[in-house]
Design a protein around this ligand. Structure first.
Ligand SMILES: [Mn+2]
Length: 471
């Protein structure tokens, strides 16, 4: 991937902006449909701030990727233009059938793989159509920003929200950003909108006392410290640090000391590069007041993501569009979510020896022991915490509603470079057992009937050994 692809992407963004501009006339009724995670919420907030500035009548719906019935229902709402963010590429058939066929106009700004559609009432932006990676080079919020900034320079400061979304989708690799994200960060720094520094990347480092920040740390989950208040206290005591100080106030030298103490406490876990890079690295901070609430982009991303995961995405959205009155609610949701994830990680650590080995991947069927909605997240956290060996992809399954099992699969960028494409493999295997699913090369999900779990494992073995290892 190089400059030519990034240029193509920028041209694609211009085309969508050209399609959108005349529809910001104040007469076109617009419906925005976006995802409930940090990237989806940030993308929706970027577009909403733009639509608001143009005084356009619009409403926003934050949900999981819509089913065909959901899209049929949207059509019945009687809006003029439907803008899908962070979704839509996988739903083009339904969009065509229920929206375009009824003279509705549609824009899809997405970074998931999908089909392609040519239609006079349709416009889209997707890195996959420009030779870029949708899992690392740009997320929905970066793509939405790329469109919006074409409309007016005053939207430029929303670039920090674009980075918040990319961080939420784990597009920041240990080596930094790539593709469009990399150009966004460089511009944000050049324009003085974002500052880069180095430090402990713990979530809530600027929000809660150090002892609490360590106790509830799940990214990374630190064996011997996470979930263990007494041992967090004694670690800080050894260093002579106050329990109540904020990690973000310590200064680089003390932060380094604390990092070293954590590394030695974590022992074998801390030998792993993955763990070290999750704990220590670049911290991005918004340098302007456009972002209401905490200024560290990683924390901001964690906050709005937690809102979505606690089923209150509208609170994260309200904060991201600049309503500071929701800040306390949002922080409360993050705090609750940290406890939920901490408990789930404690459970997973107990189960690490229970993963089964299949041909080409490792898997765990959790039954109803863990919330299916956060299983994918705890797999990601376990990988980032170097708790799971990753010479193969890892798959988690947990019971969901209505007799279904939710499947979450994760790989690493190294495995993807070797040819793994989980989105393709999961989609194939799920379809073979009467379920459905898909996603990115590095992370994918599916829903399958509960009585087909064993068949699914066999189908996934087949799908991974054929096809999915081809580049
Ligand atoms: Mn996304």
């Amino acid at each position: 991937m190089g400059r030519a692809e990034i240029k193509r992407f920028r041209r694609g963004a211009e085309e969508v902006a050209v399609f959108l501009k005349p529809r910001l006339d104040g007469k076109t009724r617009i419906k925005v449909i976006s995802h409930t995670d940090a990237d989806g919420i940030a993308a929706a907030a970027i577009l909403a701030r733009c639509l608001y500035a143009y005084n356009v009548p619009f409403s926003v719906k934050l949900s999981r990727p819509p089913s065909e019935e959901d899209i049929a229902q949207l059509a019945a709402e009687g809006q003029d233009l439907y803008i899908f963010l962070d979704q839509g590429s996988g739903q083009l058939d339904a969009i065509n059938k229920h929206l375009l066929a009824r003279q509705k106009e549609v824009i899809v700004i997405d970074h998931h793989p999908g089909q392609f559609l040519e239609h006079p009432k349709f416009s889209c932006l997707n890195p996959h159509l420009c030779g870029l990676s949708g899992s690392t080079d740009v997320s929905a919020s970066g793509a939405t920003f790329s469109v919006v900034e074409q409309l007016d320079l005053r939207f430029r400061s929303l670039i920090s929200l674009a980075l918040v979304g990319a961080i939420g989708d784990r597009q920041e690799l240990s080596s930094g950003f790539t593709g469009v994200n990399d150009t966004l960060l460089k511009r944000a720094v050049d324009l003085g909108l974002v500052r880069e520094s180095e430090g402990l990347k713990l979530v809530r480092r600027s929000l809660v006392p150090a002892v609490e920040c360590l106790r509830t740390s799940t990214r990374p989950y630190i064996l011997g410290l996470s979930g263990n208040l007494a041992s967090c206290r004694s670690l800080l005591d050894t260093l002579g640090l106050s329990h109540s100080s904020l990690i973000s106030d310590l200064g680089l030298e003390l932060e380094r000391k604390l990092a070293d103490a954590i590394f030695s406490k974590a022992g074998a876990q801390a030998v792993k590069e993955e763990f070290r890079r999750t704990l220590w690295g670049t911290i991005l901070t918004a340098a302007t007041d456009d972002l209401v609430g905490p200024k560290e982009l990683g924390e901001y991303s964690a906050i709005i993501d937690a809102c979505g995961n606690m089923k209150r995405p509208e609170i994260g959205f309200a904060l991201a569009v600049g309503d500071g009155s929701y800040q306390m609610d949002a922080l409360g949701l993050l705090s609750n979510y940290q406890e939920v994830v901490l408990r789930a990680m404690g459970w997973l650590v107990e189960k690490l020896a229970s993963f089964k080995i299949a041909a080409g991947f490792r898997y765990l069927y959790a039954g109803d022991a863990v919330d299916a909605a956060i299983l994918g997240e705890i797999l990601s956290l376990a990988i980032e915490s170097a708790l799971i060996p990753m010479e193969q992809p890892v798959v988690g399954m947990a019971d969901a509603a209505d007799g279904y099992v939710k499947v979450s699969a994760r790989a690493t960028s190294r495995l993807v470079a070797e040819g793994v494409n989980l989105g393709r493999a999961i989609s194939k295997a799920a379809a073979a057992v009467g379920g459905y699913g898909g996603g990115h090369d590095v992370s994918a999900a599916a829903r399958i009937p509960r009585n087909r779990v064993e068949d699914f494992v066999v189908e996934l073995e087949k799908a991974i050994s054929s096809g999915s290892y081809e580049l």
